[in-house]
Design a protein around this ligand. Structure first.
Ligand code: PLP
Length: 451
C-alpha cells in the first residue's frame, strides 16, 4: 500500500515540530499553531474528529462551505465515479457534458436574466474573473473608459490582486504594494451605536448607499465599471445590510450604467434560506460570484453568473468564430468538481435544505440573542443561518480575546470562526436544534471563564 492510499489510522501521523515545519499555513499564526497544533482527521455529519479522537461540533460549516454537512456519500461516490471514468478534460476548445449540465442547474437557481455561468476554482478566482468580465463588457460595448472598480470598507473578496483591491481589509492589502489602480471604496454599513443587537436587518443605515452618488460625482459615471459588495459581509464580522440599502445601491448603479456585482461566495447556495441572497433580498445584480457551497466544499470550485445582457454583449461584439472572452483556467469546469457540484445540488433539492434554513432561522435568531448580557459581549447579529458574537476587545490587544474564545470553544468541543474579536457561527443546514443549543451554551460557558 502506498503512503497516499493509506487512511489516517494506517499512516499514524504524529505531529512534531519537525514534521509540521514544511507547511506554510495560510491566514494562521504558524508559530502558535505549530506549538500547539489542532488537527482534524475525520468528518461525518455535524462533527469533526480530532487527531486525539475527540469529536468537535462544526458550528462554522468548515469555512462557511459544508452546507449539507460532512461525509456525504452521494458526493464522494459521484467524485470517485467521475475520476475513474474521465479524470480531466480540457475546457478550452473542448467540453464535457456535466459542465453544461451544472451550468444549467446553477442558472436555474437564479432569477430569469441571470443565466450564464463561468466556472472557476475558488471564491478569489470568481471575484477576479467577475471584475475582469465587468471591464471587458464595457470595452466590448464601446465604453472602455469605465475602468474604476468600487468596493467597500470591511469587504472581503478573497486574496487575488483584484479581490484585495476592492476588499476593505487593511491587513490583507498593506503588504502587497498598491494592488489595482483606480479602486475606491464605499463606507461599510456597521454602526454599533445605531444598530447593536438588531435582529436580522438593521433599520438604520439605508442612507449609506447614497455615498455611491458621491463617488459617482467624484469620478464621473463614465469612468466607473462596477460596484462589488457582499450582500452580507461575513468574513469581517457578519455585517448585515440595513433595510433597503441593497435596493438603493441597485437603483444608483442602474441610473449610472454601473454594473452591480454581488459576491455570494458565502450567501450562495442556501445560507440565508433562499437559493441566493439576490432572491432573499429581492435585488438583482448584474453578476454574482459564488464558490464554497457549490460543491459542498468537497472539491475546489467557484463560478461567476452573468446577466443575459452581459453574455449577449460578448457574443455580439466579437467577430464570427473569434474567442469572446480572453480568460479561463486549466481547471475551469473540472469534471470531478462538476460531479461534486451536481451531487451537492441534488442533496440541496432532495432534502429541501434551503427551506430547512428558513425554518430554523427564527430558532437560530432567538438562540444567538439569548447570549445578550453574557460577559464580554457588546453586540449580537444574525441573518439566515449566520450569527455573530462581538466581544469587547482587550485593552491594547485587539483580537486577543476573540482568539482565546475561539480556542477555548474548540477545546470545549465546538468549532467556530474568529475574526478579530468577533466569533462567527454558520452551521451546516442539517444542524439540529439541540446542537444549536450546544453551540450557544458552550460559548456562554467559555466567555464566562476567560478574562
Ligand atoms: N468572497 C467572499 C465573500 C468570501 O467570503 C470568500 C472566502 O471566504 C472569498 C471571496 C474567497 O474565497 P476563496 O477562499 O475560495 O478564494
Amino acid at each position: 500500500q502506498s503512503a497516499a492510499s493509506k487512511t489516517f489510522e494506517a499512516t499514524q501521523f504524529k505531529p512534531t515540530p519537525n514534521n509540521l515545519e514544511a507547511f506554510f499555513m495560510p491566514f494562521t499564526s504558524n508559530r502558535a499553531f505549530k506549538a500547539k497544533p489542532r488537527l482534524f482527521v475525520k468528518a461525518e455529519g455535524m462533527h469533526y474528529t480530532t487527531i486525539e479522537g475527540r469529536k468537535v461540533l462544526d458550528a462554522s460549516a468548515g469555512l462557511w462551505c459544508m452546507n449539507c454537512g460532512h461525509g456525504r456519500k452521494e458526493i464522494s461516490e459521484a467524485v470517485a465515479r467521475q475520476i475513474a471514468e474521465m479524470d480531466y478534460a480540457p475546457p478550452f476548445n473542448m467540453g464535457h457534458p456535466s459542465s453544461f449540465e451544472l451550468a444549467s442547474r446553477v442558472a436555474a437557481l437564479l432569477p430569469a436574466g441571470l443565466d450564464h455561468v463561468f466556472f472557476t476554482n475558488s471564491g478569489s478566482e470568481s471575484v477576479d474573473s467577475a471584475l475582469k468580465i465587468a471591464l471587458a463588457y464595457h470595452r466590448a460595448r464601446g465604453q472602455g473608459t469605465r475602468q474604476k472598480l468600487i468596493g467597500r470598507d470591511r469587504g472581503y473578496h478573497g486574496v487575488g490582486f483584484g479581490g484585495i483591491s476592492v476588499g476593505g481589509m487593511v491587513n490583507n492589502r498593506k503588504w502587497f504594494g498598491n494592488a489595482l489602480n483606480g479602486v475606491d471604496h464605499l463606507p461599510h454599513t456597521y454602526n454599533r451605536q445605531e444598530m447593536a443587537y438588531s435582529k436580522g436587518m438593521p433599520t438604520w443605515g439605508t442612507h449609506l448607499a447614497d455615498e455611491l452618488e458621491k463617488l459617482v460625482a467624484l469620478h464621473d459615471a463614465s469612468n466607473i465599471a462596477a460596484v462589488i459588495v457582499e450582500p452580507v459581509a461575513c468574513s469581517t464580522g457578519v455585517l448585515v445590510p440595513p433595510q433597503g440599502y441593497l435596493q438603493k445601491l441597485r437603483e444608483i448603479c442602474t441610473k449610472h450604467g454601473i454594473l452591480l456585482i454581488f459576491d455570494e461566495v458565502i450567501t450562495g447556495f442556501g445560507r440565508l434560506g433562499a437559493s441566493f441572497a439576490t432572491e432573499y433580498f429581492g435585488v438583482k445584480p448584474d453578476l454574482i460570484t459564488c464558490a464554497k457551497g457549490l460543491t459542498n466544499g468537497s472539491i475546489p470550485m467557484g463560478a461567476v453568473i452573468v446577466s443575459k445582457d452581459i453574455y449577449d454583449t460578448f457574443m455580439g461584439s466579437a467577430a464570427e468564430g473569434a474567442i469572446e472572452l480572453f480568460h479561463g483556467y486549466t481547471y475551469s469546469a473540472h469534471p470531478v468538481a462538476c460531479a461534486a457540484g451536481l451531487a451537492a445540488l441534488d442533496i440541496y433539492k432532495n432534502e429541501g435544505l434551503f427551506d430547512r434554513v428558513k425554518e430554523l432561522s427564527p430558532y437560530w435568531e432567538q438562540a444567538i440573542h439569548s447570549l445578550k448580557g453574557t460577559k464580554h459581549i457588546v453586540d449580537l447579529r444574525n441573518i439566515g443561518l449566520i450569527g455573530a458574537v462581538e466581544l469587547e476587545p482587550r485593552a491594547g490587544k485587539p483580537g486577543a480575546r476573540g482568539q482565546e474564545a475561539f480556542i477555548a470553544a474548540y477545546e470545549a468541543g465546538v468549532l467556530t470562526r474568529v475574526t478579530g474579536d468577533t466569533i462567527a457561527m454558520s452551521p451546516p443546514f442539517i444542524v439540529e436544534k439541540s446542537q444549536i443549543d450546544q453551540m450557544v451554551t458552550t460559548l456562554r460557558d467559555v466567555l464566562n471563564k476567560i478574562d
